[in-house]
Write a protein that binds this ligand. Structure first.
Ligand SMILES: *Cc1c(COP(=O)(O)O)cnc(C)c1O
Length: 398
């Protein structure tokens, strides 16, 4: 029998759960894009986006997913032949590097594998070796969504400063923004990319590029920049259409307005604290399961784990079987293991991920953990006892 009737829970690392209030805000007739509410609403989004990113810097909005944010950011500051340094800790650093390659950049990859954060000392050494300052940017993934590794972005700023290197520090916060603490200005980040469908709780389709004055200067020094990706008119529009390089993403903007209201009503520090405690509850359950059986957290050191997504190793075929069981029987959809093994390789079925970003609360996390616990028993996958007790003990600290 199936127990999956009721509200389904998409517990994958993006798109995330959409609040009903966001959906309600979007349910309306097409608004006028030449005058009226939409124009005022859009201008008001900018300071609230800056507050989420903890920056006084500029913001450009694109109608795109995260891949578009990657391209938008690079298109403004990287010319063909320029060098970029990419410390990769999973799939997403490689993805951003591939976009840079497509734009004609020479990509220098530092691969830290799939279970360890980047090592700032190695980044510093690579920067010191670049005596003629050919490297124009360092592309850091704050949270790698495939491995759930949390990288220390401020440490990369320190490495740039120690090496006396002028390259821009660019950060991918698509998975982490409004989930894990991120301080764009305090951490000395020049360019940050984000998207609507993860911590920002809005459907996929909006991308954001935040940039500093230093990055704006590098953009101005470019021989040419693709008109569509150019962040200048988007960040300093003289006409409304310039915010989006064309028609506004009307309904997404109403949804985003509501999502930002929810974030600021809770308070960004409280949003981070909620994600932190819920993540600790998940880790506690996973550690208990792992006491007697194959389930293991992908990242050993809690300080290097994301609070938005948790990657797990459980051995094939348990990962895929468990995902299927909790979806069919309990109405919870877990994430596939991304980038841990090649699709087609049998070991691909030995990984899965839990998404816990955005509009997630204690009962959702406990429900997801309970469903996984039941699935482990139903499928006779060996596991330690006491996982739910361990999670509820953490939740009880709230
Ligand atoms: C989701 C994600 C992306 C890609 O975003 P899309 O919207 O799927 O294009 C890039 N980087 C990170 C860290 C992500 O989590």
């Amino acid at each position: 029998m199936s127990l999956s009737q009721g509200r389904p829970y998409l517990a994958i690392p993006g798109p995330s759960v959409m609040p009903d209030a966001v959906l309600r805000a979007m349910h309306r007739a097409s608004p006028n894009i030449y005058e009226g509410d939409l124009i005022d609403l859009t201008a008001g989004l900018i300071p609230d986006l800056q507050r989420v990113a903890r920056t006084q810097g500029h913001v450009a909005i694109y109608i795109s997913n995260g891949h578009g944010a990657w391209e938008a950011a690079l298109a403004n500051v990287i010319a063909p032949g320029d060098r970029v340094l990419v410390p990769a800790t999973g799939r997403f650093g490689h993805g951003w590097g591939e976009i840079a390659t497509g734009l004609g950049a020479a990509v220098e990859m530092l691969d830290f594998g799939k279970q360890s954060p980047l090592d700032p000392a190695r980044v510093e050494a690579a920067l010191r070796a670049d005596k003629s300052h050919k490297i124009k940017a360092v592309l850091v993934t704050h949270v790698d969504t495939s491995t759930s590794i949390l990288n220390d972005v401020a440490a990369v700023r320190a490495a740039l400063d120690a090496a006396g290197h002028p390259a821009l520090l660019m950060a991918d916060c698509i998975a982490s923004l409004a989930c894990d603490r991120f301080e764009m200005d305090a951490w000395g980040v020049d360019v940050m990319v984000a998207a609507s469908q993860k911590g920002l709780m809005t459907p996929p389709g909006l991308a954001f590029v935040f940039f500093s004055d230093k990055a704006a200067d590098q953009r101005r020094a470019m021989d040419r920049v693709s008109r569509y990706w150019d962040w200048q008119p988007r960040a300093q529009p003289e006409m409304f259409y310039q915010y989006f390089g064309g028609t506004a993403p009307t309904h997404h903007l109403f949804g985003l307005r509501t999502a930002l209201d929810m974030i600021h009503e809770e308070g960004i520090e409280a949003v981070w604290a909620r994600h932190d405690l819920l993540a600790q509850a998940i880790w506690a359950a996973c550690e208990a399961w792992g006491q007697a059986g194959p389930l293991q957290l992908n990242v050993d050191n809690p300080a290097c784990r994301s609070r938005a997504v948790t990657s797990l190793r459980i051995g094939a075929p348990h990962g895929s079987e468990l995902r299927k069981w909790v979806q069919d029987k309990a109405g919870v959809t877990l994430g596939i293991g991304l980038g841990m093994a090649e699709p087609g390789d049998p070991s691909w079925h030995g990984f899965f991920r839990m998404g816990h970003m955005g509009h997630v609360n204690a009962h959702m996390v406990l429900g997801m953990l309970g469903a996984v616990d039941a699935g482990l028993s139903a499928l006779n996958i060996p596991h330690g006892a006491g996982a739910l007790e361990a999670a509820t003990k953490v939740i009880a600290r709230a």
